[in-house]
Design a protein around this ligand. Structure first.
Ligand code: NCD
Length: 306
């Protein structure tokens, strides 16, 4: 792997290697790499930005951080020239951008590896890996082996802005590599799962009203926020957001299995009530910890394959 743009680049073996390595990194002191990682972010970020830095620092790397608003992009410099320039300063570029095409273009131009840290509403492959690491590890704590074809079916339910959630789009590429998973999505009007994602995976689609019923059969509930910044103004006026209101609260959790998990890539808005934060089934803050080890494992893989 040189550039890491889409989780579709990974085989099941690749995913498992990264999961096993992340698990080791949780326990052992990592090898140190004398590398420089450039974080170039054209969109806001808290978790991806900080966790890549935490991972880089733990691997003994130095970091350069640049945001579009502090760079010569403000003076009108082109995307191409920005990427060419960054090539002179570091060994890897971690890039977040608001468009799908930018990452592909960067990969064509750059002579150093590009890692996709989220490109518009397309993909977020490093988040997908930390999500599958979370699912793998949390299910294991219930005695369930994600790899095994010889176990009960696991039901994974997606809820929220399925149209714009790049984390879900990337995660389904990885989930289809594992046996005996059943997928449900609860679509919201105008924010439905893109066709190309639906074609990749067999889903059962249910509407918002059925959340109460679905919750009782769900093993992994993956919730996302409504990404208002990606919804065109004209459409925003047509979407009745009150119809899209949903909230995972104690009432919903009382109907859920005892052994299940609630995930969210964060930031959360109103879709998950803070009243469930201390419920052991709520793992959205644990995902942050898993993310550091996964990003260390990804960086190591990229350094070692150069
Ligand atoms: C997500 C993202 O940026 O795609 N957050 C993340 O990276 N952890 C989700 C979101 O913005 O809603």
């Amino acid at each position: 792997m040189f550039h890491f743009i889409s989780s579709a680049q990974l085989t099941r073996q690749n995913v498992l290697e990264i999961i096993y390595r992340a698990r080791e990194l949780k326990e052992e002191k990592p090898a140190q790499f004398n590398k420089t990682i450039i974080h170039m972010f054209y969109e806001p970020s808290t978790r991806t930005f900080c966790s890549f830095q935490a991972a880089a620092i733990k691997l003994g790397c130095s970091v350069i951080n640049l945001t579009a608003k502090d760079s010569s992009i403000q003076k009108g410099e082109s995307f191409e020239d920005t990427i060419k320039t960054l090539n002179y300063y570091g060994d890897v570029i971690v890039l977040r951008h608001s468009t799908k095409e930018a990452l592909k273009k960067a990969a064509q131009i750059s002579k150093i590896p590009i890692i996709n840290a989220g490109n518009g509403n397309d993909e977020h492959p490093t988040q997908a890996l930390l999500d599958i690491f979370t699912i793998y590890t949390e299910l294991q704590s219930f005695g369930i082996d994600l790899e095994s074809a010889d176990r009960e079916i696991i039901t994974i339910t997606f809820l929220g802005d399925l149209k714009n959630s790049r984390t879900i789009h990337s995660l389904v590429h990885l989930l289809v590599l594992f046996p005996k998973l059943k997928f449900i999505y609860i679509g919201l009007p105008a924010l439905e799962m893109p066709k190309d994602v639906i074609e990749r995976i067999h889903f059962e689609q249910l509407d918002n009203l059925t959340l109460n019923e679905v919750i009782s059969i769900t093993d992994v509930l993956y919730v996302t926020r409504i990404q208002t910044e990606r919804i065109e103004k004209i459409k925003k006026e047509n979407i009745q957001f009150d119809k899209n209101e949903f909230c995972i609260d104690e009432n919903i959790m009382n109907k859920a299995k005892k052994k299940m998990i609630v995930m969210h890539p964060l930031p959360r808005l109103r879709e998950i009530s803070t009243e469930i934060d201390n419920d052991p089934r709520a793992v959205y803050f644990k995902q942050l910890k898993y993310g550091i080890y996964i990003r260390m494992a990804i960086l190591e893989k990229i350094f070692n394959s150069k």
